[in-house]
Design a protein around this ligand. Sequence first.
Ligand code: NAI
Length: 331
Amino acid sequence: MKILFYSTKPYDRYWFEPLGRDYGFDIHFLELPCNEETVVLARDYDVICVFVKDLVNASMIQFLYEHNVKGILLRSAGFNHVDVKAAEGKLVVLRVPSYSPEAVAEFAMTLLLTVNRRTHKAYNRTRDFNMSLNGLMGVDFYQKTAGIIGSGKIGQAMIRICKGFGMQVLAYDPYPVKNLDVEYMELTDLIKESDVISLHCPLTSGTKHMINRNTIAMMKDRVFLVNTSRGSLIETEALIEGLVNKKFGGVGLDVYEEEEGIFYEDRSTEIIQDENLARLMTFPNVLITSHMGFFTEEALQAIAIVTMENAYMLENGLPLVNQVGVLAEKK
Ligand code: NAI
């Protein structure tokens, strides 16, 4: 099987190269992203392998289909960056449904603790022998209320972590998990009652901008908001308005609505054109990271193993347990 990898970094090759050899796959690694210009490079391949920053739209899928590409391997759990509806009946889309929920949940807690206790600022101060504590005061999370939106694999890991901190934990999920040791409630009640809100649901047309002017107005003053799921769950302009109005104790964002084309590369010498991102960076109580919740050794290794298994299943006509899309859901 000939596989074209897009958007690869050295850390991808580290895991994929030896595995690909073991499976006997003919893999070509590109650093280029997959987009309307680069999709032509996939002409002679059986499948392509993409990451979350690769947006694969309907016209790209049509091109791939017309050039006998059989499938798209996603090196991710989320699949909102691929038009899976357009792929129905043309290309098989296979994802890695779970690799290390703990990696993302632990990172959500990292963001929360950092933005609360300002350790990132303290680190810079003490390196300069500035030992002042002014402006670094945080709050205890012990006995505070954490509201977890989405109680899937990552949400459940976050629930366990928050309980370990001695927090009271609430959850909202349209499909509550039976026997999960958490208090489920309606979304608006959770938003009103939580001191910390952490987003762990997928991005869909129903969840887009679930954090907006209305929901922010319902939140407690000095609330902490963490988003490690997808940027568009939050309406950025409403968030900025809330920050200006001092609504938030802290905001930790591993994802951003317009992250495509910005995240994952060194932009330190560029003039950033995204006004909202530039504004967000100016708030002392906002911490932004470049979509790295997944970035642990365990998670990357698991992504490589499952992605190569997906390719093997596809090549050998075996049941495609990790297929996404309408046809997959009917199975
Ligand atoms: P999952 O599929 O196990 O859980 C998602 C949960 O969200 C499910 O229980 C589902 O019922 C629930 N849900 C669906 N619609 C909802 C709604 N309207 N409101 C509240 N909950 C809703 O997915 P998993 O593995 O827990 O991942 C969650 C999200 O985390 C992914 O969709 C992805 O966007 C993000 N993610 C981020 C990573 C990062 O590096 N920052 C890495 C991996 C995933």
